[in-house]
Design a protein around this ligand. Structure first.
Ligand SMILES: NC(=O)c1ccc[n+]([C@@H]2O[C@H](COP(=O)([O-])OP(=O)(O)OC[C@H]3O[C@@H](n4cnc5c(N)ncnc54)[C@H](O)[C@@H]3O)[C@@H](O)[C@H]2O)c1
Length: 440
């Protein structure tokens, strides 16, 4: 396959960039290519998202509607549910979900259905890049097989097949998609050249690697590294608390070492679409090679126990006030999995709420970005965010800070709530009322 023409189209900014899966990963890619004046075509199976985007509306808090609207109005971005339009794109970047199933094994349904959706419409001379996080071998086994079978074309001969992990960090003001270095691996040297040209056209830095499997494993290593280190500080937190030492102060002090230490912070448990899930993609694949991933399992165990730890700390703090958890009125502050975003996928808040309800506590939550907790895959909480003010705070027996959104007035929370369980050290700078704060 002559990839020269494709590379030229990327270098001249003439290529149409197709993004499949218009979510937290796909939309920032649309904006990034849009900024470089590329035409973009978004595909999604959810007609509601497509409708909103076509009307110039963002449905994700940190992705500004104004930027989507600008692209739609200028005619450089269109969104569709119609896979017949696949041939219009020169590149197809697949950004679909890769969750775990009930048995905590990779759920490849979305990758399979995407491949089956685009395969029949694939044409010669296109490049397909998988961006979803997954186990090594997904691109050159699973994806390749489906695309070749459904298109009648050959990867590496008729079209380029590559893998490039997504490192998007939603809401991070210092690193947007353009500034995050992009690792990419392809199935041939020529294909890699095309893949590098595709990303170089819009991103500041591209790091080519020797295969799709290296690129797939790179992403897993990054997220396993985070999961293991978070588990380590969570374990340290429990030990420190028992010994009467403030783990946060310890971490800050250790972070003064200019080499060989990188701070990670404890919390109420892991959340989000990546860290609690991705490591288990490797665990599953390693079994095929008769290997156990013990660090991953241990980190999972420690991190999964954190919401239970928060409940235990809450129960003992209430006990000191001569109150049982059963029947107590508890406010959970924050539903999103991390600060200043509206994403509550896998959020530890949900588990904390569920565990509190199981004990018989009367639970409410407040989150400025999550007005409702709808029915989700694992949770069926069906709750609405309640008001947060001095009067309402007095009516609770305890407030548990699970997400440390920056626009919450923690001084007001401490001044008015009878008891505060702080899982994020959000109250670190508050000087009055410290005797009411319990760290967990
Ligand atoms: N969210 C993050 O911050 C982040 C960061 C790095 C990597 N990732 C990885 O990126 C991938 C995508 O994650 P996300 O957070 O963007 O997910 P998301 O749920 O926000 O978006 C995925 C989109 O894909 C659509 N979709 C599902 N099946 C489809 C199909 N067959 N054809 C077309 N569209 C389809 C869904 O409707 C949805 O809009 C996952 O593998 C995730 O692990 C996510």
């Amino acid at each position: 396959m002559n990839t020269r023409e494709l590379i030229d189209r990327f270098e001249k900014g003439e290529a149409v960039i197709g993004i499949v899966g218009l979510g937290y990963v796909g939309l920032p890619l649309i904006l990034t290519y849009g900024k470089k004046k590329f035409k973009t075509l978004g595909f999604d199976i959810d007609p509601k998202k497509v409708e909103a985007l076509k009307a110039g509306r963002s449905y994700i808090k940190h992705i500004p509607t104004a930027r989507i609207k600008e692209l739609v109005d200028s005619g450089s971005f269109d969104a569709t549910t119609d896979f017949n339009r696949v041939p219009e794109a020169d590149a197809l970047l697949l950004c679909v979900p890769t969750p775990l199933n009930k048995n905590r094994e990779p759920d490849m349904r979305f990758i399979v259905s995407t491949a089956e959706g685009i395969g029949p419409h694939l044409r010669k001379g296109q490049i397909v890049v998988l961006e979803s996080t997954t186990y090594p071998g997904t691109t050159d086994e699973l994806l390749k097989d489906i695309l070749e079978r459904t298109s009648g074309l050959k990867a590496g001969e008729d079209f380029v097949l590559a893998y490039s992990p997504e490192r998007e960090d939603p809401g991070n003001p210092n690193f947007d998609t353009q500034r995050i270095p992009k690792v990419v691996g392809a199935m041939s040297a020529e294909g890699l050249e095309a893949a590098v040209a595709l990303y170089r056209a819009a991103l500041d830095k591209v790091i080519p690697v020797s295969s799709t499997r290296v690129a797939e494993m790179t992403k897993l290593l990054e997220n396993i590294f985070r999961s293991v280190n978070i588990a380590l500080v969570n374990e340290m937190k429990v030990v420190c608390e028992r010994m009467g030492v403030d783990v946060w102060e310890v971490i800050d002090a250790a972070a003064s070492k200019p080499f060989g230490f990188m701070p990670f912070y404890p919390g109420p448990g892991l959340g989000g679409h990546c860290i609690p899930i991705d490591p288990f993609y490797l665990t599953w694949k390693a079994r095929e090679y008769e290997l156990n991933t013990r660090f991953i399992e241990l980190a999972g165990e420690v991190n999964t126990n954190m919401p239970h730890y928060v409940i235990e700390r809450t129960a003992s703090a209430l006990n000191a006030h001569k109150k049982p958890l059963n029947g107590s009125r508890i406010l959970v502050l924050g539903a999103a999995y991390k600060r200043d975003i509206d994403d509550m996928r896998e959020s530890p808040s949900l588990r904390v709420i569920e565990l509190l309800q199981e004990t018989g506590a009367e639970v409410s939550y407040h989150d400025p970005y999550v007005p409702r907790l709808p029915k989700m895959r694992r949770y069926n909480l069906d709750m609405e965010s309640v008001a947060l003010n001095a009067k309402s705070l007095h009516s609770y027996d305890a407030v548990i800070i699970v997400t440390d959104h920056t626009n919450v007035d923690y001084e007001m929370v401490v001044a008015n709530a009878p008891l505060i369980i702080d899982t994020r050290n959000a109250t670190r700078n508050i000087t009055t009322g410290r005797d009411k704060i319990v760290k967990a």
